[in-house]
Design a protein around this ligand. Structure first.
Ligand code: NDP
Length: 292
């Protein structure tokens, strides 16, 4: 069994990005600039945005954090989005989700300039991804592709079962692995909460992508020998053993499933670190596109 090490791969990737930024600087080009919009004080969102900003600093990007109160109106947030769209210094930006309930997330995402949408959530970018055109690929699925590619995991002709159909993970993953090219050319089954006999499907899978958010859902009797498993799940589970009072648990019963796998991502340290690295990669792409 080989661990798909997201920590190491993401730090390799960050070094490559930092080298690229140095080259850009020395040839007098603008360096990438990422902005992050955070609304409110949600603990997990503060942590995610904090590490995105820190990662920008690590690779030499410019970063701007725009922290807004959670009682901001939808109209005011739309104004902020319009301002970022018009700001020529900013190559790309993200609006951290979830947003407070009184704000329509879709309205905000639709207002982001697709050329600055480094999260790849805008319908125009999502459509381009499905049509196999050049675009921003959402960071988590993009990170999974990168891991598969760097570890030379063959996807061509394989049967992939994706569990979970969210717009940010499961559905784009199913599209990306069924596209022509590498990684891709797989036969994909996309499953969700209405799927019947899930374990008969996962038992046939060569590759399983777990993205549902139920800790240790995938058990050893649900997979065949030699399977490749990508565990996207991140759930905080209360724990007396950790000083933080919780531990991070994936969607896979790792202890019992890992011995049957040819490759598996650990949680933490698998898909999670890749997500931020790919956001940086998308910002670098945005910056290069702006300069051409
Ligand atoms: P969502 O909650 O948006 O979607 C969950 C999906 O799982 C839904 O499609 C749901 O089906 C499906 N599902 C729920 N129960 C079952 C079941 N019993 N059998 C089959 N399918 C089921 O989740 P996200 O995609 O946003 O996140 C999934 C997990 O990944 C979470 O733990 C999240 O924290 C983590 N995550 C990790 C990231 C990373 O960087 N590593 C990034 C993003 C998410 P239905 O559509 O029918 O409701």
């Amino acid at each position: 069994m080989i661990l798909l090490d997201g920590r190491k791969t993401s730090s390799d990737l960050k070094l490559e990005i930092a080298e690229e930024v140095n080259r850009m600087k020395s040839s007098g080009q603008n360096i990438p600039h990422l902005a992050a919009v955070l609304v409110g004080e949600d603990g997990a969102s503060l942590t995610y945005v904090g590490s995105k900003v820190r990662s920008c600093q690590q690779v030499g990007f410019q970063s701007t954090l725009i922290h807004l109160p959670d009682n901001i109106s939808e109209a005011e947030l739309l104004k902020e989005v319009a301002r970022l769209n018009a700001d020529k210094d900013i190559d790309g930006y993200i609006v951290q989700l979830p947003l407070p309930k009184h704000i329509d997330e879709n309205k905000i995402l639709m207002a982001i300039d697709p050329l600055k949408d480094v999260d790849g959530f805008h319908p125009s970018n999502f459509g381009k991804m499905a049509l196999e055109m050049d675009t921003f690929i959402p960071a988590t699925p993009f990170g999974i592709l990168e891991l598969l590619e760097r570890y030379n995991v063959e996807t061509k002709g394989k049967h992939v079962v994706v569990v979970g159909r969210s717009h940010i993970v499961g559905r784009p993953m199913s599209i990306l692995l069924s596209r022509k090219g590498n990684p891709g050319n797989a036969t994909v089954t996309l499953t969700h909460s209405n799927t019947k006999n899930l374990s008969s499907l996962t038992n046939q899978a060569d590759i399983i992508v777990m993205a549902l958010g139920i800790p240790k859902f995938l058990k050893a009797n649900m997979v065949k020998e030699g399977v490749v498993i990508i565990d996207v799940g991140i759930t905080r589970v209360p724990s007396n053993e950790s000083p933080k009072g919780y531990e991070i648990v994936g969607d896979v019963d790792f202890e019992h499933v890992a011995p049957k796998c040819s490759y598996i991502t650990p949680v933490p340290g698998g898909v999670g670190p890749m997500t931020i690295a790919m956001l940086l990669k998308n910002t670098l792409l945005a910056c290069k596109r702006n300069q051409n």
